[in-house]
Structure formats: structure tokens, C-alpha cells
Design a protein around this ligand. Sequence first.
Ligand SMILES: [Zn+2]
Length: 240
Amino acid sequence: MKGKEKVVALALALALTLAGARWRAPAAVTAEGPAEIGTQGPLIALTFDDGPHRSTTTQLLEGLAQRGVAATFFLIGEQVEGNEDLVARMEAEGHQVGIHTWDHVSLAGLNARDFYSQVERTGSLLTQTLGHGGFFLRPPYGLVDNGVKKRSGAPIILWSVDPTDWDDKNTQRVVSEVVSQARDGDIILLHDIYPTSVEAALQIVDALHAKGFLFVTVEELALQHHVALEPGEVYCNFWP
Ligand SMILES: [Zn+2]
């Protein structure tokens, strides 16, 4: 399974490089078809909100690397400060990085200035850290209004599986909820700031690997399922 996912990741990296951009050029990618991987078996995206957190995110990155799995991290700007090396490591290891605001406020109802101080400020710090832009947005609490759609300038990524891992922090419950619900094209919501969630995530990977799932980033999931992502649009899943 690991080898197969590496092939997927390499082919996608090549396709994205050929397209000359990240999500801004889906038409070019799909028209040329270089990203047709021909993968068999269901694809799924693990997403992690509210990090980075020094100890738990490091532990998660270790576990994902051991399993050859790519995930997507929606980051809090103020926590990126001092953890830039973790963010660079995410991208270097094939993960996708996105924005989850500067200090975790609801974006719905914010005026333009406050919106940009949450989203643009975080995006600027990520650009300084990674050397590129084009970050997807996950609004805290999944709260989206017309202002958020209008100002996002990026695809808005919600989720289709939410085990509320922050609630009772019960690893076994979280694992069984996700594994029993998981289907091709799902976006799973977890938080990499709790040790119990990191442990759950790695158990979820192992259990879904055994069922034939391949883990890809959100961007890759959309690409594989032929969804051309648009800024300001909300996506909860990429079910086929
Ligand atoms: Zn959050």
C-alpha cells in the first residue's frame, strides 16, 4: 500500500509541476490528463485543524511518514510563529497546508478588514515560510456566509466525516466512528493538537489501509475525482 501511495504522490507532484501551478490550473491538469493515475480502490483525505502544535503535530508527522500517507493541515497563524520548521516539514513530506484563520475566530459576519487580518495575515506568514501562495481555506466551526465566500479567494473546504474528536478525546470511539463511516471521496475532520486524536488518526490509517483506502491531500482528492476547484466555492466531500 505504501508503494502505491508513493506512486500516486509522485505522479501527482509531476502533474502539478507540469501544470505550473497548484490549484489555480485544474483545467490544464484535467484537460491534459497527466494526473490520471488509474488508482484502484477508494480515496480519502485526512484533514487536521487547529495546529501546528510542537509535540502532537511532530508525533503525527512521524506516524504519517512511517505509513507513507499524505494529509492536509489547516493551520492557525499565531501557532505557525515559532513552528515554521514543522510547516516546512509538512510540505516537504507531501502534505497540503491551508489556512484556518489567525487566532480561530468565526469568519462569518466579519467586516472586510477583520476578515483579511485573519486570512491574509495567515496566508502571508505561510507564503514567507513556504515560498508560494494559493492556500485553501477552512473556516472555524464550518461557518460560512456570503462575505466569506466573496472574500476567500480560495476553495473553502469543509468535511463529510466529523467524529468530534475534541469532545470526549476517546481514541477508540473516534476510530470506530470514522472507520465505519468512511467512503470513497470523504474528507475527515480531526485536530492534531490532542494526543488522543493523533493516536486515533494513525489507527484510522491502519484500519482503512486494510480496507483498501488510499490517503491523499484534499487537492489530490479533487483532482482524482475530476472536480475543478473554484475560489469561493464550498466543498464538503469529493464523492464520485
Ligand atoms: Zn478549528
